[in-house]
Design a protein. Structure first.
Length: 284
Protein backbone atom coordinates (compact mmCIF):
# COMPACT_ATOMS: atom_id res chain seq x y z
CA UNK A 1 0.00 0.00 0.00
CA UNK A 2 1.38 3.37 -0.99
CA UNK A 3 2.33 5.87 1.74
CA UNK A 4 3.19 9.57 1.68
CA UNK A 5 5.76 11.67 3.55
CA UNK A 6 5.22 15.45 3.49
CA UNK A 7 7.56 18.08 4.86
CA UNK A 8 5.98 20.64 7.17
CA UNK A 9 6.19 24.22 5.94
CA UNK A 10 5.38 27.68 7.28
CA UNK A 11 4.74 29.17 3.86
CA UNK A 12 1.04 29.99 3.45
CA UNK A 13 0.74 28.99 -0.22
CA UNK A 14 2.49 25.66 0.28
CA UNK A 15 0.63 25.11 3.55
CA UNK A 16 -2.74 25.29 1.78
CA UNK A 17 -1.55 22.86 -0.91
CA UNK A 18 -0.17 20.35 1.58
CA UNK A 19 -3.31 20.67 3.71
CA UNK A 20 -5.42 19.77 0.68
CA UNK A 21 -3.12 16.84 -0.16
CA UNK A 22 -3.36 15.50 3.40
CA UNK A 23 -7.15 15.77 3.39
CA UNK A 24 -7.36 14.17 -0.05
CA UNK A 25 -5.16 11.27 1.04
CA UNK A 26 -7.26 10.86 4.17
CA UNK A 27 -10.36 10.69 1.94
CA UNK A 28 -8.66 7.95 -0.09
CA UNK A 29 -7.58 6.08 3.09
CA UNK A 30 -3.87 6.50 2.30
CA UNK A 31 -1.35 6.90 5.10
CA UNK A 32 0.42 10.27 5.25
CA UNK A 33 3.12 11.40 7.71
CA UNK A 34 4.40 14.94 8.23
CA UNK A 35 8.03 15.65 9.07
CA UNK A 36 9.88 18.80 10.06
CA UNK A 37 13.11 18.40 8.11
CA UNK A 38 16.19 20.37 9.19
CA UNK A 39 19.10 20.24 6.69
CA UNK A 40 22.54 19.20 7.97
CA UNK A 41 21.02 17.69 11.12
CA UNK A 42 20.82 13.90 11.29
CA UNK A 43 17.22 12.73 11.23
CA UNK A 44 16.15 9.11 11.20
CA UNK A 45 13.51 9.23 8.50
CA UNK A 46 13.88 5.46 8.11
CA UNK A 47 11.99 5.04 11.38
CA UNK A 48 8.88 6.50 9.76
CA UNK A 49 8.48 3.82 7.11
CA UNK A 50 10.18 0.57 6.19
CA UNK A 51 12.83 0.83 3.47
CA UNK A 52 10.79 -1.73 1.51
CA UNK A 53 7.66 0.44 1.47
CA UNK A 54 6.11 2.18 -1.51
CA UNK A 55 6.61 5.81 -0.40
CA UNK A 56 6.25 9.18 -2.14
CA UNK A 57 7.89 12.25 -0.60
CA UNK A 58 6.97 15.92 -1.07
CA UNK A 59 9.02 18.80 0.31
CA UNK A 60 12.16 20.89 -0.11
CA UNK A 61 15.10 20.23 -2.41
CA UNK A 62 17.19 19.47 0.70
CA UNK A 63 14.78 16.71 1.69
CA UNK A 64 14.78 15.36 -1.88
CA UNK A 65 18.58 15.04 -1.76
CA UNK A 66 18.36 13.26 1.59
CA UNK A 67 15.82 10.76 0.27
CA UNK A 68 17.78 10.18 -2.96
CA UNK A 69 21.02 9.58 -1.07
CA UNK A 70 20.00 7.59 1.99
CA UNK A 71 16.66 5.89 1.39
CA UNK A 72 15.52 3.00 -0.79
CA UNK A 73 11.84 3.85 -0.88
CA UNK A 74 10.16 3.20 -4.20
CA UNK A 75 9.72 5.55 -5.91
CA UNK A 76 10.67 7.95 -3.07
CA UNK A 77 11.06 10.96 -5.33
CA UNK A 78 11.13 11.60 -9.07
CA UNK A 79 14.12 13.86 -8.74
CA UNK A 80 17.21 12.80 -10.69
CA UNK A 81 19.41 15.87 -10.25
CA UNK A 82 21.68 14.85 -13.11
CA UNK A 83 18.82 14.74 -15.62
CA UNK A 84 17.30 17.95 -14.22
CA UNK A 85 20.41 20.00 -14.93
CA UNK A 86 19.98 22.41 -17.83
CA UNK A 87 23.23 21.09 -19.29
CA UNK A 88 21.53 17.67 -19.44
CA UNK A 89 18.02 18.38 -20.67
CA UNK A 90 19.13 21.04 -23.15
CA UNK A 91 20.51 18.07 -25.12
CA UNK A 92 16.91 16.99 -25.74
CA UNK A 93 14.78 20.13 -25.44
CA UNK A 94 17.47 22.52 -26.71
CA UNK A 95 15.65 24.02 -29.68
CA UNK A 96 12.58 24.71 -27.54
CA UNK A 97 14.19 26.40 -24.52
CA UNK A 98 13.99 30.16 -24.03
CA UNK A 99 17.80 30.48 -23.78
CA UNK A 100 19.28 30.26 -27.27
CA UNK A 101 22.26 32.60 -26.84
CA UNK A 102 24.03 31.24 -23.77
CA UNK A 103 27.11 29.60 -22.28
CA UNK A 104 27.88 27.44 -19.24
CA UNK A 105 30.63 28.62 -16.87
CA UNK A 106 31.82 27.57 -13.39
CA UNK A 107 30.80 30.21 -10.84
CA UNK A 108 34.45 31.11 -10.18
CA UNK A 109 34.91 31.81 -13.88
CA UNK A 110 31.76 33.93 -13.90
CA UNK A 111 33.33 36.07 -11.17
CA UNK A 112 36.60 36.36 -13.10
CA UNK A 113 35.06 37.06 -16.52
CA UNK A 114 32.55 39.76 -15.65
CA UNK A 115 33.66 42.18 -18.41
CA UNK A 116 33.73 39.47 -21.06
CA UNK A 117 30.29 38.14 -20.10
CA UNK A 118 28.67 41.57 -20.27
CA UNK A 119 30.38 42.14 -23.61
CA UNK A 120 29.31 38.74 -24.98
CA UNK A 121 25.79 38.36 -23.57
CA UNK A 122 24.91 41.85 -22.35
CA UNK A 123 21.71 43.59 -23.37
CA UNK A 124 21.54 47.16 -22.11
CA UNK A 125 24.32 46.20 -19.64
CA UNK A 126 22.31 43.28 -18.25
CA UNK A 127 22.93 39.52 -18.32
CA UNK A 128 20.95 36.54 -17.04
CA UNK A 129 22.68 34.12 -14.63
CA UNK A 130 21.23 30.89 -13.28
CA UNK A 131 22.77 27.79 -11.64
CA UNK A 132 22.81 24.71 -13.85
CA UNK A 133 21.57 22.52 -10.99
CA UNK A 134 17.87 22.24 -10.23
CA UNK A 135 18.41 22.43 -6.47
CA UNK A 136 17.83 26.22 -6.26
CA UNK A 137 21.08 26.94 -4.40
CA UNK A 138 20.55 30.48 -5.69
CA UNK A 139 17.87 32.05 -7.88
CA UNK A 140 18.28 32.75 -11.58
CA UNK A 141 18.12 36.50 -12.20
CA UNK A 142 18.83 39.28 -14.65
CA UNK A 143 21.85 41.14 -13.24
CA UNK A 144 22.44 44.76 -14.22
CA UNK A 145 26.14 45.62 -14.39
CA UNK A 146 25.62 48.43 -11.89
CA UNK A 147 24.29 45.84 -9.40
CA UNK A 148 27.19 43.41 -9.82
CA UNK A 149 28.61 44.00 -6.35
CA UNK A 150 25.23 43.29 -4.78
CA UNK A 151 25.01 40.05 -6.79
CA UNK A 152 28.47 39.01 -5.55
CA UNK A 153 27.37 39.70 -1.96
CA UNK A 154 24.24 37.63 -2.53
CA UNK A 155 26.37 34.74 -3.81
CA UNK A 156 28.49 35.04 -0.70
CA UNK A 157 25.41 34.32 1.40
CA UNK A 158 24.21 31.52 -0.92
CA UNK A 159 27.72 30.03 -0.69
CA UNK A 160 27.77 27.86 -3.85
CA UNK A 161 30.86 25.71 -4.41
CA UNK A 162 33.49 27.11 -6.76
CA UNK A 163 32.76 24.47 -9.38
CA UNK A 164 29.03 25.24 -9.46
CA UNK A 165 28.15 25.47 -13.13
CA UNK A 166 26.07 28.47 -14.23
CA UNK A 167 24.14 29.34 -17.35
CA UNK A 168 24.88 32.87 -18.56
CA UNK A 169 22.65 34.20 -21.33
CA UNK A 170 21.27 37.25 -23.02
CA UNK A 171 18.19 38.53 -21.12
CA UNK A 172 14.82 37.83 -22.70
CA UNK A 173 11.54 39.61 -21.93
CA UNK A 174 8.95 37.12 -20.70
CA UNK A 175 5.27 37.93 -21.22
CA UNK A 176 3.51 34.97 -19.57
CA UNK A 177 4.52 31.84 -17.67
CA UNK A 178 2.72 28.56 -16.99
CA UNK A 179 3.51 25.41 -15.03
CA UNK A 180 2.54 22.08 -16.60
CA UNK A 181 2.41 18.76 -14.77
CA UNK A 182 3.37 15.94 -17.13
CA UNK A 183 2.76 12.22 -16.66
CA UNK A 184 3.75 9.60 -19.23
CA UNK A 185 4.20 12.38 -21.83
CA UNK A 186 0.64 13.64 -21.31
CA UNK A 187 -0.56 16.90 -19.74
CA UNK A 188 -2.23 16.26 -16.38
CA UNK A 189 -3.01 19.84 -15.36
CA UNK A 190 -1.52 23.30 -15.56
CA UNK A 191 -1.71 26.86 -14.22
CA UNK A 192 -0.50 30.31 -15.15
CA UNK A 193 1.81 31.77 -12.50
CA UNK A 194 3.19 34.98 -14.01
CA UNK A 195 2.06 37.69 -16.42
CA UNK A 196 4.32 40.48 -17.66
CA UNK A 197 6.93 39.70 -15.03
CA UNK A 198 4.49 39.82 -12.13
CA UNK A 199 2.99 37.00 -10.10
CA UNK A 200 -0.44 36.19 -11.51
CA UNK A 201 -1.73 32.78 -10.48
CA UNK A 202 -4.86 31.65 -12.28
CA UNK A 203 -6.45 28.80 -14.20
CA UNK A 204 -5.68 30.28 -17.58
CA UNK A 205 -7.19 28.03 -20.25
CA UNK A 206 -5.21 28.43 -23.46
CA UNK A 207 -5.51 25.91 -26.28
CA UNK A 208 -2.43 27.35 -27.96
CA UNK A 209 -0.06 26.75 -25.07
CA UNK A 210 -1.43 23.22 -24.57
CA UNK A 211 -0.93 22.50 -28.26
CA UNK A 212 2.65 23.72 -27.96
CA UNK A 213 3.41 21.45 -24.98
CA UNK A 214 1.81 18.46 -26.69
CA UNK A 215 3.90 19.15 -29.79
CA UNK A 216 7.11 19.23 -27.75
CA UNK A 217 6.22 16.02 -25.89
CA UNK A 218 5.44 14.30 -29.18
CA UNK A 219 8.66 15.40 -30.88
CA UNK A 220 11.03 14.79 -27.92
CA UNK A 221 11.16 11.15 -26.93
CA UNK A 222 13.21 11.68 -23.75
CA UNK A 223 11.78 12.72 -20.37
CA UNK A 224 13.58 12.92 -17.00
CA UNK A 225 10.99 10.62 -15.39
CA UNK A 226 7.41 9.48 -15.79
CA UNK A 227 6.24 12.47 -13.73
CA UNK A 228 7.79 15.95 -13.92
CA UNK A 229 6.88 19.61 -14.29
CA UNK A 230 7.56 21.80 -17.30
CA UNK A 231 7.49 25.59 -17.08
CA UNK A 232 6.53 27.26 -20.34
CA UNK A 233 6.62 30.94 -21.28
CA UNK A 234 5.39 33.24 -24.04
CA UNK A 235 8.05 35.62 -25.36
CA UNK A 236 8.48 37.52 -28.63
CA UNK A 237 5.21 36.04 -29.92
CA UNK A 238 6.41 32.46 -29.42
CA UNK A 239 6.15 29.75 -26.78
CA UNK A 240 9.30 28.38 -25.16
CA UNK A 241 10.33 26.02 -22.38
CA UNK A 242 11.53 27.94 -19.32
CA UNK A 243 12.75 24.91 -17.38
CA UNK A 244 11.81 21.42 -16.27
CA UNK A 245 11.80 20.22 -12.67
CA UNK A 246 10.77 17.64 -10.11
CA UNK A 247 7.13 17.23 -9.18
CA UNK A 248 8.16 16.42 -5.59
CA UNK A 249 9.54 19.86 -4.70
CA UNK A 250 7.60 22.43 -6.71
CA UNK A 251 4.60 24.71 -6.23
CA UNK A 252 1.35 23.69 -7.92
CA UNK A 253 -0.25 27.16 -8.08
CA UNK A 254 -3.82 26.69 -9.44
CA UNK A 255 -3.20 23.23 -10.86
CA UNK A 256 -5.77 20.53 -10.11
CA UNK A 257 -3.98 18.92 -7.16
CA UNK A 258 -6.41 15.99 -6.96
CA UNK A 259 -5.50 15.02 -10.54
CA UNK A 260 -1.81 15.28 -9.64
CA UNK A 261 -2.13 13.04 -6.60
CA UNK A 262 -4.17 10.48 -8.55
CA UNK A 263 -1.39 10.27 -11.13
CA UNK A 264 1.29 10.13 -8.43
CA UNK A 265 -0.48 7.16 -6.84
CA UNK A 266 -0.91 5.44 -10.21
CA UNK A 267 2.73 5.81 -11.28
CA UNK A 268 4.20 5.08 -7.84
CA UNK A 269 2.27 1.82 -7.48
CA UNK A 270 3.14 0.84 -11.06
CA UNK A 271 6.87 1.46 -10.53
CA UNK A 272 6.81 -0.32 -7.16
CA UNK A 273 5.14 -3.41 -8.63
CA UNK A 274 7.54 -3.46 -11.60
CA UNK A 275 10.63 -3.29 -9.38
CA UNK A 276 9.35 -5.86 -6.88
CA UNK A 277 8.44 -8.22 -9.73
CA UNK A 278 11.88 -7.77 -11.31
CA UNK A 279 13.66 -8.43 -8.01
CA UNK A 280 11.53 -11.52 -7.46
CA UNK A 281 12.49 -12.92 -10.88
CA UNK A 282 16.17 -12.34 -10.10
CA UNK A 283 15.81 -14.48 -6.99
CA UNK A 284 14.36 -17.42 -8.91
Amino acid sequence: MIKFLIEKTNLNVEFSTWTFIKEYLKYKNIECTEVKYVPFISQKLETLYSEDDCVVVFGSTSLMKRVNTYHKWIPGVWCNYKDLKMSSYFNYFGKYVIHQDYGFYPIKEVMNKKDYLYSRFGEEKRIFIKPDDNDKRFDGNVIAEENWDSFVSYLGMANPSEDTLCLVSRPVKIDKEWRFVICDKQIVTYSMYADDGKVNVKEDISEEVCEYVNKVLKEVEWTPSALFVMDVCYSNEKYHIMEIGSINCCGFYMCDVAKIIDKVIEVAEREYKDIVAREYKELL
